[in-house]
Design a protein around this ligand. Sequence first.
Ligand SMILES: NC(=O)c1ccc[n+]([C@@H]2O[C@H](COP(=O)([O-])OP(=O)(O)OC[C@H]3O[C@@H](n4cnc5c(N)ncnc54)[C@H](O)[C@@H]3O)[C@@H](O)[C@H]2O)c1
Length: 344
Amino acid sequence: MSRPVRLAVAGAGLIGRRHIEQIIACPEAVLTAVIDPAPAARELAQALGVRWSPSLDDLPAEDRPEGVVIATPNRMHVANGMACLAAGLPALIEKPLADDVAAAQALVEAFERAGVPLLTGHHRRHNPMIQRAKAEIENGRLGRIVAVSGLFWLIKPDDYFDAAWRREPGAGPVLINLIHDIDLLRHLCGDIVAVQAAQSNRVRGHAVEDTAAIILHFASGALGTFSVSDTVQAPWSYEFTSGENPAYSRTQESCYQIGGTKGSLAIPQLDLWRHPDAASWWAPIASERLSYRMQDPLALQIANFCAVIRGTAAPVVSGREGLTTLRVIAAIKRAAASGICEPV
Ligand SMILES: NC(=O)c1ccc[n+]([C@@H]2O[C@H](COP(=O)([O-])OP(=O)(O)OC[C@H]3O[C@@H](n4cnc5c(N)ncnc54)[C@H](O)[C@@H]3O)[C@@H](O)[C@H]2O)c1
């Protein structure tokens, strides 16, 4: 095997530490540095025996990384990405690529112009369960996709909102959480060309929404609905149903239904429902559970980053894909703010 790819992680917070664990566990990668001004990050670098730097503008000259995972707060992503680009370093940037579309577009275009790889951290696309679902949709077993339904319903505890930014525009479940779901639905069912939306802050009363209802128009002509709330006690979210993150208790429910003329697929359980005898509501309907091999998508994402740096693979989620998903989320926010019609 060729020598491991040298990676640094910028931002050693909640998700950055999970990336660090994955890099350490990955035989194709080696962690060279932790870049984060926080004293706790410096201690972590010391404990791991890797270099530490407070900022990407101050990268250690020795032990230069070949790529950087950026897991800093959203508002830092563009500056951090540009610092990597200035050093000619490929970057894997956590979602959202930036906190606004124009800045994300400038970032993507700068990487593309320079021919330096940029990846977006929509790690769920790496999940073999999602890849199996995508293969079933693409091989036509569901027929023509007509309708899509999705739920992100869970409850965040009150102390989650102690941090002021989580109560303000720029946070909220549409920007923070739904962006993952929208990215997956785009991946599974194709581009989203228009949206309609409504939002409410009635339960918590924060400036930011706690609940939203969304209609999705896919380029294929399929229509989708998505219901979002971080203030209901419920088992129906990708977080609770996929088993990806052990921090959440796992339920045996599904959070998306993809409906086609020949069958429907419940995700993540991968139950494929069809009428075996006749396509009729009078005929019996049966389900079959599709199989896949569970693997940690964060680990697969690091392996893909290494392969991209080596030049042996294309990004599973490019910067441009992350930008397109961000555009849909921005459209949902605009649609939700643009008013509603009352019955007259
Ligand atoms: N893919 C996912 O499932 C997932 C999950 C959680 C968070 N995220 C994303 O990851 C990012 C980080 O979120 P988090 O919850 O880990 O945040 P966090 O606040 O826990 O960690 C952020 C870290 O970045 C450090 N930091 C701040 N400015 C920095 C700079 N200029 N250079 C280097 N380090 C800097 C902070 O000291 C902190 O340690 C966000 O963009 C978030 O949206 C993604």
